[in-house]
Design a protein around this ligand. Structure first.
Ligand code: SF4
Ligand code: SF4
Length: 299
């Protein structure tokens, strides 16, 4: 399942490198919903160049879904989601990690399900059985939440978590945590739940040309260059449509407007999601079955 050779990391650039090309407008759901240039990665970068503080930008940085779509399109190689997460950490009182009890990690390859998959134990059991991976006792859900809201991650807690993953093959349900693990454990064998499941022949065979397949954007954009090839192959093999725009950026299901936009002109027989949290938005917009990819095994 894992034939990944980690690329040598390229040092990301910061907001000072923004040239004002506006390419990030095209892919940003904040821009699509607001049509306000302040609510764009460029708006944030330019405001920072002009000396704005994090608290002055709080409304914009809270509106960002951290979908990661802006990162692969920025020609200057700015780590835009990293910039926004840093700004979140700078603003106001963000919750730190609350102590939670953590079971010891089982041996071997690990599934780090994350909050959305854990909320559905039946689906989680199905994903674990399909992949043959044990679920982690500590899946870093508190760290994922801190990344999302800009909370503090004490270095001792992060070290303990990373030590428990050392040398393991990991499948990660939370896209933001997966992106962070790519930075923190550059040599680790890592995949998203969506990529790992869509690699299984038994599931690929059950995807059909009438399906609309919804990629989880955060994990996809964090490893865009490699995953473009993976999903292009899946699309060519199965004929299904996907939530990809012309630049192969994944459109996030942040709200019903985004979902309606990505389905415009399409009449899928089924919608297949990688992220269980995306299910509700599609069910509200279309009266067709919405399945998690793991449920294809029984469909
Ligand atoms: S992460 Fe998504 S919502 Fe946030 S600025 Fe980038 S494209 Fe816009
Ligand atoms: S794509 Fe990058 S360089 Fe261009 S405006 Fe957006 S942040 Fe600036």
């Amino acid at each position: 399942m894992f034939g990944l050779s980690p690329k040598a990391p390229v040092a990301p650039r910061d907001y000072t490198a923004c040239s004002g090309c506006s390419l990030c407008f095209l892919v940003c759901p904040m821009w699509r919903s607001s049509r306000d240039p302040r609510f764009t990665p460029e708006g944030l970068a330019k405001a920072l160049q002009c000396g704005a503080t994090a608290s002055q930008l709080a409304e914009v940085i809270d509106a960002c879904s951290l979908c990661g779509a802006c990162d692969p399109v920025c020609p200057e190689g700015i780590d835009l989601t990293g910039m926004i997460m840093d700004l979140r950490r700078e603003t106001g009182d963000r919750p730190g990690l609350s102590p939670i009890s953590r079971e010891p990690q089982p041996a071997g390859a690990l599934l780090l399900p994350g909050v959305d998959l854990r909320a559905n134990p039946e689906l989680l059991a199905r994903v674990g059985a399909l992949l043959g991976f044990a679920s982690a006792g500590d899946d870093g859900a508190d760290i994922a939440l801190a990344l999302e809201v800009g909370g503090d991650i004490p270095s001792a807690r992060r070290r303990r978590f990373l030590d428990s993953l050392d040398g393991r093959t990991l499948v990660v349900g939370d896209g933001l945590l997966l992106a962070a693990l790519r930075r923190w454990l550059p040599a680790a064998r890592l995949q998203s739940v969506g990529e790992a499941l869509s690699n299984l022949t038994a599931l690929r065979r059950r995807l059909a040309s009438a399906d609309f397949y919804v990629i989880e954007p955060r994990a996809y954009h964090a490893d865009h260059e490699r995953l473009v090839t993976h999903y292009d192959r899946l699309r060519a093999e199965t004929g299904c449509a996907m939530n990809l725009d012309l630049q192969r950026i994944a459109i996030p299901a942040t709200d019903e407007a985004e979902v309606s936009w990505m389905l415009r002109g399409r009449k899928p027989a089924r919608i297949v999601v990688e992220n269980p949290a995306d299910r509700a938005a599609f069910e509200n917009v279309r009266d067709v079955p919405v399945l998690h990819i793991a449920e294809l095994a029984e469909a």
